[in-house]
Ligand binder design. Structure first.
Ligand code: MRU
Length: 379
């Protein structure tokens, strides 16, 4: 079911596909310490809300590897039950301190995707229950990180299944940014719906916005869909509104970085414009996202922190200046689509039509999510 080997934890290092190099170069990086991993998140070598969450959980394991300081690696996702080599005299408190420092560092890498804080919260809880026993702390941390990773993959499959029911045979679907295997544990959220519909034998054509400034649609979505053998047509972001208005799109599906308790959803900059165009033309606008992207502690979209990124992302493409030096730049990485423009939210527990405060709280209750859940810290 995996479309791309996006991330894994192997023999004491986090292995990621370097998304900043795709599609020209397909290379994997082995990150052996938490600073390197935090740098990879900041520079978007690893990106996409669920993938950032998995990376953060694995960052805590890297910090424990370093604090253990032995001559053998401690953790490997390929051997989850392997006993951790604990050097003589290892003190559980120093391990805990190293893990908490890593959680603090990783929590300051990117502000918008709530999966980052959700994953760090899970890791914090896992280690805090271990008491004075170094081996128990390591086992709890690795079990939690591997369970989080494995669980994401399974729920992406379920998102795909629920979402595929919304897709008719012959559908022409527009998507934005990359919400596929590269952004997740390997299957996707918005693209999981497309993979599942194709798996059911439906003919689906995909239109992918290029997604300026960092071109996740052109570089990543087009790459992974072509690799999966799914027909994809690339368009400039500015061409999307007229394509939707022309009647040649049956549905728009995107992922989300954070869904607030009232259904307002933050996703890659440009998503709001698509939702507005869909409303104008009567085209369904769907968001596919796991519960780990839904933040019941944030009441509405105005409270979602929106990352502003380096102006150079706008003024320079692949090292070449495309704007006059010194021009002022507006470069938010995300925008917020109000819930009223969202036809349905597809989660691993089902489809929430017309998401709002009431329908989300009810779905959260049925899914067993506590509405008081809080991300540990927003930078
Ligand atoms: O800045 P990015 O590339 O990390 O932004 C990613 C997106 O906006 C995705 O659409 C979102 O994370 C959903 S991924 C399943």
């Amino acid at each position: 079911m995996i479309i791309v080997e996006t991330i894994d934890y192997r023999r004491g290092a986090v292995r990621i596909i370097d998304q900043s190099a795709l599609p020209a170069v397909e290379r994997y990086l082995d990150l052996g310490d938490v600073d390197a991993l935090a740098g990879a998140i900041r520079t978007m070598k690893i990106r996409g809300a669920p993938a950032i969450g998995i990376a953060a959980a694995y960052g805590v394991l890297l910090a424990l590897e370093r604090a253990l300081g032995g001559d053998r690696y401690a953790f490997d996702h390929g051997e989850p039950g392997r006993p951790v080599p604990i050097p003589e005299g290892t003190d559980a408190r120093s391990l805990e301190r190293a893990a908490l420092e890593a959680i603090d560092l990783l929590g300051r890498t990117r502000p918008t995707a709530v999966n980052l804080f959700w994953a760090l919260d899970r890791m914090r809880r896992a280690i805090s229950g271990a008491g004075e026993d170094a081996a128990a702390l390591c086992e709890a941390a690795s079990a939690e990180a591997f369970a989080l990773h494995d669980g994401e993959l399974e729920l992406e499959r379920r998102i795909g299944e629920h979402g595929a029911a919304l897709i008719k045979d012959g559908a022409r679907i527009l998507t934005h940014c990359n919400a596929g295997g590269l952004a997740t544990a390997g299957y996707g959220t918005a693209l999981a719906v497309i993979y599942a519909a194709r798996g059911q034998g439906k003919d689906v054509q995909v239109f992918a916005d290029e997604t300026r400034p960092l071109l996740q649609g052109a570089r990543l979505t087009a790459w992974e869909l072509r690799r999966a053998g799914i027909p994809v047509t690339l368009l400039c972001d500015g061409a999307a509104a007229s394509l939707i208005a022309s009647g040649r799109i049956d549905a728009v599906i995107t992922g989300a970085d954070r869904v607030a308790a009232n259904g307002d959803s933050a996703n890659k900059i440009g998503t709001l414009g698509l939702a507005v165009s869909c409303a104008r033309s009567g085209v369904p606008f769907y968001i596919a996202a796991p519960w780990s992207s839904i933040d019941m502690a944030t009441p509405d979209g105005s409270m979602i922190p929106i990352e502003e990124r380096d102006p150079l992302e706008v003024t320079r493409i692949q090292g070449v200046d495309i704007a006059p030096q010194g021009v002022s730049v507006y470069n938010p990485a995300f925008d917020v689509t109000p819930a009223e423009l969202i036809t349905a939210l597809v989660t691993e527990t089902g489809v929430i039509r017309r998401p709002d405060e009431g329908s989300l709280a009810e779905a959260a209750r049925r899914a067993g999510c506590s509405p008081s859940r809080k991300p540990p810290r927003n930078p």
